[in-house]
Design a protein around this ligand. Sequence first.
Ligand SMILES: Nc1nc(=O)c2c([nH]1)NC[C@@H]1CN(c3ccc(C(=O)N[C@@H](CCC(=O)O)C(=O)O)cc3)C=[N+]21
Length: 294
Amino acid sequence: MTARILDGKAIAAEIRGETAQQTADWVAKGGKQPCLAAVLVGSDPASEVYVRNKQRACERAGIDSQLHRLDASTSQAELIAVVERLNNDPHVDGILVQLPLPAGLDEREILDVVDPMKDVDAFSPENVGLLVQGRPRFLPCTPHGVVQLLKRCQIPVPGKHVVVIGRSDIVGKPMALLLAARDGTCGPEAANATVTIAHSQSDDLEGIVRSGDIIVAAVGRPEMVRGSWLKPGAVVIDVGINRVGDRLVGDVHFEEASAVASAITPVPGGVGPLTIAMLLQNTLMAAKLKTGKA
Ligand SMILES: Nc1nc(=O)c2c([nH]1)NC[C@@H]1CN(c3ccc(C(=O)N[C@@H](CCC(=O)O)C(=O)O)cc3)C=[N+]21
C-alpha cells in the first residue's frame, strides 16, 4: 500500500480563501478591518519563518498585521508592558506572543496577561476553561487545523480510536478534547472519537499506537513513530516539525509510515500551514466579537 498524501497546504489555501471572502464581506458591511499583532522576542530562526508566514497570510486575506520585535534581552516587565499596550489598543483585535520565549522569560505569566478577547492562540486560562467546558470562544489553531483537515479529506472520525502522542498545552491536550467532543464544540458536527493520550512515559507506546485508527503525533522527536508501529490502513497526522541538519522532518518516519498507512500528512506542507489558516479565522472572529456580531 502507498498512503494517500493529505495536502495540508492546499486545504489551508482553501480555508484562507474562505477567510479572505468573509473578511471582505465583513468590511463591506462596515466592519472594522481585523488586525493581528504578533510579538517576537529575540531571533529564533524557526520563529522568524513562522512569523513571516503569518504576516504574509494576513496580508493576502485582507487582515492588517503588526510585528513587534523585541530584543532577546527584553525583561519580563518590559514584555508585559508591550502586551498590556496591545490589550488597550482598540485597533488590535488579535495578539500572538510567539513561543518559545528566550530563556529567562516566564511564558505562563506573559500569556496570562493577554486579553482573553484578543487571545487568538486560545492559550489564556479563560479560553482553555471555555474549551474544556465545551463552549469555546477561540479554537486552538493547530488542533482545529487537524480537525478541519480530517473533515475536508472526508476521513471518518466518529467512533474511531485516535491515539494522540504528546500532552502539551498547545497541541496534545486541546487536540484530545476536540476529537472527543460531541456536537457544538468545533462546529455542528461531532468528532465523537475515542481518544487515548499517550506520551513519553506510556508503557508499551508502540502497542498503543498500533491500536489507533488515527494517529496524531505531537511529541517533537524527529521520526520517532516507525512504520512498524502502525496498524495497516491507519491515518497518520504528523504535527511535528523538526530540523535535522538542513532537512525538515516530522515526528513520524514518513517513508516507512507511508508504506503502511492509508493516508498521511507530509512535513512540510501538512499541519503547519493549517495552523496559520486557523489563526486568521480566529483574528476575524476577534474583530467580530468586539462588536458583538460574531
Ligand atoms: N504563540 C504561538 N502560536 C503558535 O501557533 C506557534 C507558536 N507560538 N510558536 C511556534 C509554533 C509553530 N507554529 C507553526 C506555524 C506555521 C508553520 C508552517 O507554516 N510550516 C510550514 C513551513 C515550515 C518551514 O518551512 O519551516 C509547513 O509545515 O509546511 C509551522 C509551525 C506555530 N506555532
